[in-house]
Design a protein around this ligand. Structure first.
Ligand SMILES: Nc1ncnc2c1ncn2[C@@H]1O[C@H](COP(=O)(O)OP(=O)(O)OP(=O)(O)O)[C@@H](O)[C@H]1O
Length: 606
């Protein structure tokens, strides 16, 4: 048995390691002489003297894979210019011609690394967007999803990417990502953001929120007309800031954003704690348009005056509620309110999460201006996509029970590279000890938690993603946002105390329309979760064991369920009369452009 598991693992290893890690990014710094300043919307395009016909061919006219031709004519972008059809790119300037400068974009020494180099992508050979299916995504799962918007003059949603003017370069990257159709949150959020509106978006896990905030930011930077950024100082002036609660999530957003912005001239840099700051400073000094950061490291950079937020035009907070849970509120308020960032109204602000407790909605009301609230219900069938099971298991039996589950998975052929298991535990010590025990029992496991060095955390994640180590034991540090393909089973070895955390944890499987399994070990220690867990499962059409229903009925007095005004958000807080009383100047509008779409539900989560 041991050997067959080991064999499966070994077979899964070859060539799959993820070498696109963040900290060791090797962007060649070629010795090309420093070129004259080129505004970002004109970067990538051939010199004016060259006939545009060569590059109007855009997608079909170049191959950007390393070693396959690449740049010609001294252009660092080698004919990759594919935005000729875009409004504002014509003639000698267009919308974005004004005053870009300083350390933004790629106008400098570096050659842009192809973030698709390891992917099996031939987007150039693909036709324009059509109804062909994306690899694996089950779009039927997204039909009839209840969507609620509130706020004034809500821009209408779109059905296809082709309906949105994102520009050819970004469209090509979307095809390279194999996104054929926008997911529901993208259908609504992208037009809202492109219209310049602030947005608070609540959408289910794994539904494509990252692209929903990245696309409008990238597109806005490509076409915007921004004042010149100061030169000759060692401070950088990003135009967009994306804040996220964990290092790994920042790394992931950075990787995604780099794909979306490839050859658009927009440069993305990440800064997060636990990794050498000098390396991040060097990256920043090469230019930055979009800065992805964790709050702690960003405060450090601001205090050292390495970064100024003076030019920020776009602010996105991903997993905003988690940042509050982690105690980041002082840092976030410092970043957003007490440094030099333009105030609400002068910048565009977006908040995204799958859960929005009241606390974050109150903070949002300070950060957002005339915003639209968007709640996209759980993917209609995500209830079916993530099968949730809860089993009564005493603490002393948990290990043997876990062993049984893993054995059962193996017996069912659910193993190897394409079936990863993520096991959540309560404590860092517990994580180490369970990892050790699994390894001792012949199950290759690794662990990720806050006591490991950042390098160890990243190695663990890479090893898990690649399938080299198909079991990852994690604390909540891995609960939010991480998008790891092939997580087939999430096991809550220790349940969290908070139902929001449960939602995010199980959301590591069943992503992008794919199915998944989530098993929870429940016992007397989890009584405080009984009611909300039973409610959540019922709402998701899952089988709720009778014993859990009984526990839920007896749940301690004062333990609020999700519907009882508990932490679980999902409706526009501006409707709350107590909130409105204290904030009478706020702009809540009902009706008009707002309303409930699909399904007729009052709200996704209510
Ligand atoms: N339009 C699309 N078509 C196909 N796949 C998509 C599309 N948009 C996003 N995806 C894929 O769906 C997966 C989930 O996306 P993402 O990580 O942005 O979800 P999320 O909503 O941020 O999840 P979480 O709440 O867990 O953070 C990713 O693998 C992403 O590449």
């Amino acid at each position: 048995m041991r050997s067959s598991w080991a064999d499966a693992v070994e077979n899964s290893v070859g060539g799959s390691s993820d070498n696109a890690g963040i900290s060791g990014r090797n962007e060649p710094t070629s010795a090309v002489a420093k070129s004259a300043y080129v505004p970002p919307h004109l970067r990538n395009r051939l010199p004016a003297s060259e006939p545009p016909a060569a590059s109007v061919g855009g997608p079909h006219s170049f191959n950007d894979r390393p070693g396959s031709g690449g740049p010609t004519s001294g252009s660092r972008w080698g004919g990759g210019r594919s935005d000729y059809g875009r409004q504002g790119y014509g003639g000698g300037g267009g919308r974005g011609s004004g005053g870009w400068g300083g350390r933004g974009g790629w106008a400098g020494r570096d050659r842009e690394v192809n973030p698709f180099a390891n992917d099996d992508v031939d987007a150039e050979a693909e036709p324009a967007f059509n109804d062909q299916e994306n690899t694996g995504i089950n779009f039927d799962a997204y039909e009839d999803i209840p969507v609620e918007t509130s706020g004034g003059n809500v821009p209408p949603p779109v059905n296809t990417f082709a309906e949105i003017d994102l520009g050819d370069a970004l469209n090509l990257n979307i095809r390279r990502c194999k996104y054929v159709r926008p997911t529901p949150v993208q259908r609504y959020a992208i037009p809202i953001s492109l219209a310049g509106r602030d947005l608070m978006a609540c959408a289910q896990t794994g539904s494509g929120k990252t692209a929903a905030f990245c696309f409008p930011i990238i597109s806005g930077i490509m076409t915007g007309n921004f004042p010149r950024r100061p030169r000759g100082v060692r401070t950088v002036f990003p135009l967009a800031l994306i804040l996220s609660p964990t290092r790994e999530l920042s790394v992931q957003i950075n990787e995604e954003a780099k794909k979306f912005s490839y050859q658009t001239g927009v440069r993305v840099v990440v800064a997060y704690g636990g990794a050498p700051i000098n390396q991040q400073l060097r990256e920043l000094e090469r230019g930055v348009d979009i800065l992805v950061a964790t709050p702690g490291r960003l405060v450090d950079l601001l205090e050292r005056a390495k970064v100024s937020l003076q030019m920020i035009r776009y602010l996105a907070l991903d997993e905003a509620d988690r940042m509050l849970d982690m105690g980041f509120e002082p840092q976030i308020r410092k970043i957003v309110e007490q440094m030099d960032m333009p105030p609400p109204g002068e910048r565009q602000t977006m908040l995204f999460s799958a859960t929005f407790p009241k606390e974050i909605q109150r903070m949002a009301s300070d950060f957002l201006s005339n915003y639209i609230f968007l709640a996209v219900g759980r993917v209609g069938s995500s209830t079916d996509l993530i099968v949730q099971r809860v089993e009564y298991v005493n603490d002393s039996d948990k290990r043997s029970h876990l062993m049984d589950l893993i054995h059962a998975q193996r017996a069912n052929g659910v193993q190897g590279k394409h079936a990863l298991t993520l096991v959540f535990v309560e404590t860092k010590k517990g994580a180490d000890s369970l990892e050790h025990w699994l390894c001792m029992n012949g199950f290759p496991a690794t662990t990720i938690h806050g006591d490991r060095t950042q390098q160890e955390r990243e190695m663990a994640l890479r090893s898990f993603k690649s399938g080299s180590t198909p079991i990852l034991v994690a604390t909540d540090v891995a609960a939010r946002g991480l998008d790891i393909p092939h997580v087939a089973h999430v096991i809550n070895f220790d349940l969290p105390n908070d139902i929001d955390d449960y939602v995010h944890r199980i959301g590591r499987t069943g992503r992008a329309g794919k199915s998944g399994l989530a098993t929870a070990f429940f016992n007397e220690n989890n009584m405080s979760l009984a009611k909300s867990l039973a409610e959540l499962m019922k709402e998701a059409n899952q089988e709720v064991p009778d014993w859990l229903t009984r526990f839920a009925g007896r749940a301690s007095f004062g333990n609020k369920g999700r519907r009882g005004g508990g932490r679980f958000g999902g409706r526009d807080f501006r409707r709350d009369s107590s909130f409105n009383r204290g904030n009478s100047s706020r702009d809540y509008h009902r009706g008009g452009g707002g309303g409930v779409y699909g399904g007729g539900y009052p709200s996704a989560w209510d």
